[in-house]
Design a protein around this ligand. Structure first.
Ligand SMILES: C[S@@+](CC[C@H](N)C(=O)[O-])C[C@H]1O[C@@H](n2cnc3c(N)ncnc32)[C@H](O)[C@@H]1O
Length: 281
């Protein structure tokens, strides 16, 4: 949904922008192309992705400041680039296709790799640390709440019995034996998603983004968020509505924008995308 996101952001050639989730630089590049005297901060917590974003956006690098850090430090990242208020902030939540498909990042059950799942591999606990050292109830609770997996207790029991879990495929195999396939989802989908969210503290990070992001906007500035998980979209919707009710912002999307059929046909992963925007008063 890059066109819809950019349209909602209403980029001005002399404006100041933050791409909070630069990934491989796709959106950053689209924003940078529209700037003349303006600037865009390309932020991502993943140093490897940011390096790729830097290479992919080299031709506009005079208008881009690259910052590595989580949403919790967005204000500091902007300040380090000499920026206090912005005309727009874009966030495209979740993980990128690169992160999901590179076996060495450990997000995927489609290929064997270390059970890592950290977006920033320089710091914090890996998914292996989590499954091998947490107690059974902690594992069950997070798979239930973050993954919305009804069989979370069975999965947690199977994980604890199979420890140490050595790799992504080892975990996928253990989970598949504990949960039977229903519908088209791989049995390990929800467990992998829950672990990824826990390892990267995604719910807490989204809370930071929804608190800090709007306050970085100058009057008339816009914040645009693309979510892929309903649990995220719900939070974005509620926070935007709250800011609207308080009279601090105008919600630009009464209903979320969703990708056109043609985009879904070319990129099935886009099917669940929801885009919301607000304008700061
Ligand atoms: C869906 S991808 C973005 C793709 C990007 N829009 C592009 O055009 O290439 C999401 C990116 O957000 C980053 N990310 C996710 N949560 C983050 C957080 N809490 N703080 C900073 N970056 C985050 C991930 O590392 C990933 O690179």
């Amino acid at each position: 949904m890059p066109e819809e996101a950019l349209e909602l952001l209403a980029v001005r050639a002399d404006g100041v922008y933050i791409d909070a989730t630069a990934g491989l630089g796709g959106h950053t590049g689209l924003i940078a192309q529209q700037l003349t005297t303006g600037v865009v901060i390309a932020n991502d917590r993943d140093p490897k992705s940011l390096e790729m974003a830097r290479r992919n956006t080299e031709q506009w690098s005079d208008r881009i400041r690259y910052c590595q850090g989580p949403f919790a430090r967005l204000r500091e990242s902007a300040a380090a680039a000499g920026i206090v208020k912005v005309d727009g902030l874009l966030a495209d939540l979740g993980v990128s296709r690169y992160q999901l498909t590179a076996p060495e990042r450990g997000f995927s059950f489609m290929a064997d790799g270390p059970l890592d799942m950290r977006m920033d591999q320089t710091t914090g606990m890996t998914a292996a640390d989590l499954v091998n050292h947490s107690d059974e109830k902690t594992i069950a609770d997070l798979i239930y709440h973050l993954g919305e997996e009804r069989r979370a207790r069975n999965v947690a029991r199977a994980i604890v019995r199979a420890r140490p879990i050595r790799s992504t495929l080892h975990l996928a195999d253990v989970v598949s034996r504990a949960v039977h396939r229903t519908g088209h989802l791989h049995p390990a989908t929800k467990t992998f998603m829950a672990l990824r969210m826990a390892v990267n503290e995604e719910p807490e990070e989204l809370d930071h983004l929804l608190r800090i992001g709007p306050e970085l906007l100058r009057s008339g500035g816009r914040m645009v968020v693309i979510s892929f998980m309903s649990i995220d979209d719900r939070k974005v919707k509620e926070r935007f509505r709250e800011l609207g009710r308080e009279g601090r912002a105008t919600v630009l999307t009464k209903h979320p924008l969703q990708p056109a059929e043609a985009e879904v046909a070319g990129n099935p992963a886009a099917r669940s995308a929801k885009l919301r925007g607000l304008e700061w008063k």
